[in-house]
Design a protein around this ligand. Structure first.
Ligand code: AHR
Length: 768
């Protein structure tokens, strides 16, 4: 056995500080087909024929549908089932229609489905359609559906699968019948025979996380791409075929079949309290042309909608919106305690004005609700500072901070919240260490120990994004990947589950001995390299550390040019770039090639709208400075760039303007981190929940001592996440590590915990 380094974890006495009871929750946004095609159990894609080019170029009412004879299918809008569901199809039999679902429509032998649709056929007697779940090899399930003649009628049938397979939903219209069809739905039946709302395996994966709260509907979806795309809760409740369907800003369609009522039902099913996020009266800051605010004249109505949401969730059935909830089958309130207002907004005057009016109204009408403000997309920077200053000035109860950073940042910031001044508390509403590897999962675990340690500051936290359908993603990494048939949980998922599954209630101080934080160095020595994925660029007037270099060019196919070696502590590069072709900018890389450490100076970063300095470590990148808005690289217009590295200082001039001037963050990383809390066990004695991260190649053993009478032996139930290398783990695959549970007995005081390389341990320790 290789030598293990010994560390000590002395758990101190409880000092009267309790953990944040709702700390661990979930973030749900319809992104990556998380809802339609994911948590929504619906199997028919575009069953309302409402997809359009506004969702995605090339999409329309017949997206996901096909017909054996397309001439027999007509898209119509006259006299629809509801104005919100304007399109339907008229099918003149004989014709067979097929819906491809999401990557096919699947069934397993014995599974029962409920098929329903609205149909309108000409006057006369009852007509019959045939519905089948079919594969190339035959039908998995088949049923006849009666269509009463007359106006729009809801038609239903049960389909029982006789075999496993994936195919399509087929609807056959017999000769001589012309029928209008809309809101076609196929849902698996639940144990009570009723159609399921949520896909069961995904629901179980969420339940297993034992969330204290669930945030919804975003993220960016909450405030939308333009005012028309803002999420208005009232348009998402009631009969599904009457809900307002809108484009999803992630480039697809929102049926809102999982609307606000289903969201509250999900909270109930998982034991979570709701944490809805409403727009702060301003649409997303990334909307082309910039954020826009709801008109002054419409603000009172908008504020009333926000107040009504709280009443819908919590009001007695004697109130208007409480009565609506009861009418929808929920006489009991949903216990909403938190309300987010805004998401990563740019802190403009419009934002300040609209936010203040909403917060004031909620405070006055629902004083028990904790309103959560917003502080930009990054855990630092101009909107972060302005958002916090605004929240402090207003006495906002809590602020939503977001941090998508690399593992280094997480390890450097384990004690970030130890330094917070009294004032608003913190909801770490979105965070992830930017990869699906063990390295990232352990960095998150170290950070989460830090979040647990500061309950006076941090009250809530949710990893983001939560769900992603393989082959349909706009954002990675995600906590849970899924296909039509599988749920693939990441290493980060196991970390989340280990935190939420074993929680203490009383915080204990911990003294960690035998290990020091790891120093962080400048990027490794390497070279200066130019590249321009997405553009053809010519470079002239190049000098590296004063040495003139020949002109060079880079191309959109990844053709890069290496200029020569650099010292990362003292280097100066200058050049003029002219774009010949393409729509993007270019990148200067300084340092080692990935996965080594390097700095990328991005001129025309993020869709050619900004400049940014990014650092990469172990193959994972992070913005060190920026992105700063910029007009972008223009074809034929020269851009003069100077980059100077001087120790930790980085400066970048673009056309003579000093755009980036900052010191690299070289604070040490906390790679070995421990935390402890206690709770009262079933026999009345304290149980200590001790957590340790060992994000390192070195195996360790930790001697844990408890604040009990010295020398008392102890036992522990130990859950260990370990067994893979730091770079194992990838999106769209299951975790390379799964938790293993063992029981150990201590000799003398406390217990000894085994800490394999790259591991996370949660031990429930009891003195005996
Ligand atoms: O989680 C994905 C996105 O990240 C969210 O929609 C947004 O709030 C953040 O920028």
């Amino acid at each position: 056995m290789t030598a293990r380094e010994r560390i000590t974890i002395d758990v101190g006495a409880y000092q009267g500080v309790d953990l944040a009871p709702d700390l661990w929750g979930l973030f749900i946004e319809d992104l990556n087909d998380a809802l339609d095609g994911g948590l929504n159990a619906e199997r028919v894609r575009n069953g309302d024929f409402e997809f359009s080019a506004a969702d995605r170029a090339g999409w329309g009412p017949l997206t996901a549908w096909s017909a054996d004879d397309p001439d027999r299918v007509e898209v119509r809008t006259d006299a629809p089932i509801h104005p919100n569901n304007a399109h339907y199809i008229r099918v003149a039999g004989p014709a067979a229609l097929a819906n491809e679902g999401w990557d096919g429509v699947g069934a397993t032998a014995g599974q029962e489905f409920l098929l329903s649709f609205f149909a309108r056929a000409e006057d006369g007697s009852v007509a019959t359609l045939t519905a089948a779940i079919g594969t190339g090899g035959g039908d998995l399930a088949r049923a006849q559906v009666a269509v009463p003649r007359g106006g729009w009628r809801r038609c239903e049938a049960r389909l029982a699968a006789v075999a496993d397979g994936r195919g399509e939903l087929r609807i056959e219209v017999p000769p001589g019948l012309t029928v209008d069809l809309d809101h076609v739905s196929l849902r698996p039946a639940g144990p009570d025979g009723r159609p399921l709302t949520f896909r069961p395996d995904l629901l179980q994966a969420l339940k297993d996380l034992r969330p204290s709260f669930i945030r919804f509907p975003g993220g960016c979806v909450a405030h939308g791409n333009g005012l028309d795309n803002m999420y208005h809760w009232k348009t998402t409740i009631g009969p599904r075929h009457e809900r307002a369907q809108i484009p999803n800003l992630w480039g697809y369609h929102q049926s809102r079949q999982i609307g606000y009522l289903e969201y509250f039902e999900l909270c109930q099913a998982t034991g979570a309290t709701p944490l809805p996020v409403v727009a702060a009266g301003v649409c997303c800051q990334n909307t082309p042309g910039g954020p826009r605010a709801i008109d002054d004249a419409d603000m009172d109505d908008y504020i009333q909608d926000v107040l009504d949401l709280v009443e819908f969730a919590n009001g007695p059935a004697t109130t208007r919106w409480g009565a609506r909830r009861a009418e929808l089958g929920h006489p009991e309130p949903f216990g909403l305690r938190y309300l987010g207002v805004g998401n990563e907004d740019e802190i403009t005057d419009d934002f300040r004005d609209r936010y203040a009016r909403i917060e004031d109204a909620v405070r006055a009408r629902h004083p028990g609700i904790c309103v959560i403000g917003t502080a930009g997309p990054q855990p630092f920077g101009p909107d972060f500072e302005a958002g916090w200053a605004f929240a402090r000035a207003r006495g906002t109860a809590m602020v939503d901070e977001h941090g998508y950073r690399n593992p280094r940042w997480f390890h450097q910031n384990v004690d970030r919240y130890g330094g917070y001044a009294p004032g608003p508390q913190v909801y770490v509403g979105e965070y992830a260490a930017r990869s699906s590897t063990v390295r990232s999962a352990l960095a998150e675990a170290a950070y989460m120990i830090g979040l647990e340690r500061h309950p006076g500051v941090v009250r809530l936290a949710s990893y983001a994004p939560l769900l992603a359908r393989t082959g349909h993603t706009q954002w990675v990494p995600d906590l849970i990947y899924f296909t039509a048939t599988e749920v693939l949980t990441s290493a980060s998922y196991h970390v989340q589950r280990m935190f939420s599954g074993e929680r203490g209630t009383r915080l204990h101080p911990v003294t960690l001995g035998g290990v020091e934080p790891e120093p962080v160095a400048l990027p490794e020595s390497g070279s200066a390299l130019l590249r321009s994925p997405g553009a053809a660029i010519d470079y002239t007037g190049i000098t590296l550390d004063g040495r003139p270099l020949p002109a060079a060019g880079t191309g959109p196919e990844g053709e890069a040019v290496e200029l020569g070696g650099i010292d990362p502590a003292a280097a100066t590069l200058e050049f003029t770039a002219i774009r010949r072709d393409g729509g993007e900018g270019f990148v200067v890389r300084l340092g080692e090639k990935a996965p080594g450490s390097f700095l990328d100076v991005q001129i025309g970063a993020w869709r050619n709208k900004s400049t940014c300095v990014v650092r990469g470590d172990d193959g994972i990148t992070d913005e060190d400075h920026g992105p700063l808005p910029w007009h972008g690289v223009r074809t034929g217009v020269p851009v003069r760039v100077t980059v100077r590295l001087e120790g930790a200082r980085v400066r970048v001039w673009v056309d003579g303007e000093l755009r980036h001037d900052f010191e690299q963050d070289l604070r040490p990383e906390h790679r070995v981190v421990a935390g402890a809390a206690s709770r009262t066990g079933s026999g009345g004695a304290p149980e200590y929940v001790v957590r340790v991260v060992n994000a390192h190649d070195v195996a360790r053993v930790a001697s844990v001592t408890l604040p009990e009478a010295p020398g008392r032996p102890a036992t522990a139930v130990v859950t260990t996440l370990a067994g893979a290398g730091p770079d194992d783990g990838a999106p769209f695959a299951g975790s390379p590590v799964t938790p293993a549970v063992t029981t150990i007995a201590g000799q003398g005081g406390g217990v000894e915990l085994d800490l394999p390389p790259w591991s996370f341990v949660t031990a429930v320790v009891t003195a005996i």
